[in-house]
Design a protein around this ligand. Sequence first.
Ligand code: SF4
Ligand code: SF4
Length: 400
Amino acid sequence: MRERLRQDIGGIRQLLTSSKRHWTTGRELRKEFLTARRTGRKIVLDDFGPPIPAPEPGQEAADFSPKPGVDRKSHFMKLQAYPSIDYAFTVNNPPVSGNVINGLGETEPRPASPIFHTWQFGHPMGKLEFLFQGIRTRGEWIALLKRQWNTRRFTGEKAAEKIPGDDPAAMTAQIKALTEKLGACMVGIAPLTDDMLTESLPLSQAEHPYIISFGVEMDREASLHAPSERSALTIQAEYRGTDRISAELAQHIRDMGWDAQAAIHGFLQIPAAVEAGLGQLGKHGSMISKDLGSMYRLGAVATNLPLVLDAPEDIGVDEFCARCQACTTNCPPHAIFDTKQMVRGRERWYVDFDTCIPYFVENHGCGICIGVCPWSEKGRGETFSLKIMAKKAKLAGASE
Ligand code: SF4
Ligand code: SF4
């Protein structure tokens, strides 16, 4: 009881600080931005927010311009036309490229570095983050504050008495059932690995060996209106759902006497979800699940409660993406690579950060690429997967 009261008081304090920060962030910038959009002139981001470091000698500078490519507009998407790639802002002194920070071309594995949604405006991508946070609408800010409230129970004290963990299978069934009861549409267990951590998240395998990864279903209809304030508000509400489930699940495990904390900020959800068998990475840089395509939001809890691990599952996404171009041609600034790239020691699908993020920032978090993905239409993924996996099995059988 005392612990919960402490968390609620901490939550109120945090909320007051955040409200002040949210209401004051970039007020002047927002005014300038809206005027620039109306009049067609560009604002210079260098004039706003704290200074950011220039690229080190030899480091590639960011190129925020859209890239050439084939333009399509999917008939699924409800806006008559996608917003223009003629941005209302420019950057005179570009920082180091986001692709350098992300490790594009690096052949050695290393932890990912925090790059966006950091609230660190002195970060190389701080100008764009400042713009993103500054031009949020009032509705988006209120949604953000509601999310903030859930974070008060992300961590906390555990109960003094520990419930025995000698039957991991039974415990796993119980935890999965609870996660679904709390509102998740999918849940799996993965081991915590370096691939899931950024430098900003102090989680260790020794203290939290297990990750409970789960997804909350997205509102498909709202996602088809991307990019718009409507789709952005729905996404905030869905993230509020993942935050709430993470907080309640972590609290439940701590009440059982085991360590648990929500793994949200600075945690890479996609590698965890893939490792937990929930889906595979798609060409658009998001995970694709068999049932929902990319129509879900991910959350996670890190714990030392003994659980039974799930395994990654091949559902045929690689083969499908190799032949499909729906996301590459519908991405207005053409940020999505058509082939896999070497990133921090592994070949993977990759989205050019410098090309995506200006469009993402100016257009309510975008999201066109997940809306147009054919797997995102309910019921289709299962059929795609069955066909591809049957073909793969046949090919494998023929070559034996
Ligand atoms: S969110 Fe997707 S569609 Fe939008 S700019 Fe980025 S990669 Fe392109
Ligand atoms: S739109 Fe096509 S290429 Fe892009 S992620 Fe979906 S299936 Fe893969």
